[in-house]
Every structure is written in structure tokens, then in C-alpha cells.
Design a protein around this ligand. Structure first.
Ligand SMILES: [Zn+2]
Length: 300
């Protein structure tokens, strides 16, 4: 890969996105997030086969839209990279794709109970979230994973023009117009599934009430506010710090913490010291270290 400033910035943002998704429990050992190449629309960037919590800049690989690696150098690749290639190929508007196996989503993918937004943070999910069943197009394969362009194309067709699609017994794909949006929508989808499950259980246990989903009008109105750059940047900074990475919403130039942050306070200290640490490779964020921050710090 060439080393333009824009490309380096994009790769660094992609590393932050990996760390955020891992820290928020959207991905674990499995799951991945990609971004379209900032200078070549016919390529995308995705880490080598590695748990997202551990991804560093040197792990980021470049692919064409058939998901062939440009410069593999012997690196092991994700089996399911074809999800990304087929979405980027069919959707010129999409700049970032996430595939994950977040467990709260799985009951909805197999039970016939659809996921619909029920709260403000979930409006970016869109009005309808389809469920793709690989068995419909490939009934005799016994395969659940998307390991080639053919099944990737089938999944893409189920996603359509939407921003999220469940995969029966497997996980989900999220595709939006930029990296930050894909990160936040992926988090929102998981949170909405948890809230919706709680609402179902509450209703069943009490025998009272009906779940009030957001209306189409509410979704369309709120999404315009939530997707303003001021909100996206504020959220990006917050989630990045929780994951041990630092990024400034004022100068928009993220920098890496030289060591895993033990708390938001220490992450800020790392940010203050970034001028003396610039250029060093960030170490993986520790989930354990981020938890105290999560427990005591609530966004205003
Ligand atoms: Zn998968």
C-alpha cells in the first residue's frame, strides 16, 4: 500500500474501529470491520485474520472488490471477507461494512421475531431489518459462513439498500456511508436487541402492555440529528477512549495511546502526552481496564 497521509489516517481510524467494537462486545474472537479505500473506490481495507481487539495498523490489508488480496505477503485472511467485497461492489454509497456474531441478535435471527428500533440510539438501523437465511439459496451445502462471492452476493441482495441485515443462526452485517456510522450502528443494533428482549420478557412476565416500536416518522426525524458530525465525533472520541485509544474531536487528528488506558482519566493523560509519543505503535487495549470507565462514566 502507498503511504499517503489520507490512507494512513484511514488505516488508523480502522484500527480504532476494531478496538471500539471489541471493547463494546460487538465482536470477540470473530467479526470484522472494513472501510472502502479512500483513494480507490474499487478497493477496500480489512485486517488480516486476527481478533479485532488485537488489530494494529500493520495488520490492515488491501483487497479488490472480488476480495482478492493486493499484497498478501503470506498473511492469513478472514474466511468471510467476501461479505465486504460484495457489499462494496453493489453499493457505491457504502463506505464501511461490519460483520459480527453479537449474541443478543441471534435469538431474533432464528425465532421469527423481527428486530425493529425501539429507542433513540437505534434509529440508524432503519425501518426494517431483514433476515437472510443462507439455506434459502444454498439448501444442500450445510454451510453457514459466507466463504465465497456467490453467497456474499446472496447476502448483499437481502441487505438491499438498508443499513443492517441479520443472518440466520450466525450474526449480522451492517453497511453505512462511513466508518463511524458503521461502528455506532453496529453497537446500536446489539443494544436494541438487548432492550427489545427485555421488553418482551417484561411484557410476558407481567401479562400487560404492548411494545411500542418507533414509528417511521420518528426514525426518519431522529436519524437526521444523530448522524450530524457533532454527534458522531463526540461519540467517536468517547468510545475510542473507553477502548484505550485517543482521538481529539477538536483537531480531528486521532493519536494512539502509547499504553493501554486504565481509565478515561489515564486515557486523557495519554492524549495530553501524545506529542512526545507520536509515531509509536499502540498496544492492544485491555477490556478489563475499560470497565471501570464504563461503570462510572455516563454520557451527558
Ligand atoms: Zn460470520
Amino acid at each position: 500500500m502507498s503511504g499517503s497521509a489520507l490512507l494512513k489516517q484511514t488505516i488508523h481510524d480502522l484500527v480504532i474501529a476494531n478496538r471500539i467494537l471489541a471493547n463494546e462486545g460487538v465482536v470477540d474472537v470473530f467479526g470484522h470491520i472494513s472501510v472502502r479505500h479512500p483513494e480507490r473506490a474499487d478497493r477496500y481495507l480489512l485486517a488480516r485474520s486476527r481478533a479485532p481487539l488485537l488489530v494494529e495498523a500493520a495488520d490492515i490489508m488491501e483487497y479488490d472488490l472480488d476480495s482478492n488480496p493486493i499484497d498478501p505477503r503470506g498473511r492469513v485472511m478472514y474466511f468471510e471477507r467476501f461479505i465486504h467485497g460484495e457489499v462494496f461492489k453493489a453499493r457505491p454509497d457504502v463506505m464501511s461494512v461490519c460483520h459480527n456474531h453479537a449474541y443478543p441478535l441471534l435469538p431474533f435471527s432464528v425465532s421469527g421475531n423481527s428486530i425493529r428500533p425501539i429507542a433513540v440510539p437505534s434509529v440508524s438501523l432503519g425501518r426494517e431489518i431483514p433476515i437472510w437465511d443462507i439455506r434459502d439459496d444454498f439448501p444442500d451445502d450445510g454451510e453457514l459462513m459466507v466463504t465465497n462471492n456467490e453467497s456474499g452476493r446472496s447476502l448483499q441482495q437481502a441487505l438491499g439498500k438498508g443499513s443492517a441485515c441479520l443472518m440466520r443462526g450466525h450474526g449480522t452485517v451492517v453497511a453505512t456511508l462511513d466508518l463511524k456510522n458503521t461502528v455506532f450502528t453496529s453497537i446500536a443494533l446489539k443494544v436494541n436487541a438487548e432492550l427489545l428482549m427485555n421488553a418482551h420478557m417484561l411484557r410476558l412476565s407481567t401479562g400487560r402492555g404492548n411494545i411500542k416500536y418507533l414509528t417511521d416518522k420518528e426514525i426518519d426525524t431522529q436519524v437526521k440529528t444523530l448522524q450530524l458530525s457533532v454527534g458522531l465525533n463526540r461519540s467517536w472520541e468517547y468510545y475510542a477512549m473507553r477502548s484505550g485509544m485517543t482521538t481529539s474531536i477538536n483537531d480531528d487528528r486521532p493519536s494512539k495511546a502509547s499504553k493501554p488506558a486504565k481509565s478515561a482519566k489515564s486515557a486523557k493523560a495519554a492524549s495530553a502526552a501524545k506529542s512526545s509519543k507520536a509515531g509509536k505503535t499502540a498496544r492492544p487495549a485491555a477490556r478489563k481496564s475499560a470497565r471501570p470507565v464504563k461503570a462510572k462514566k455516563k454520557p451527558a
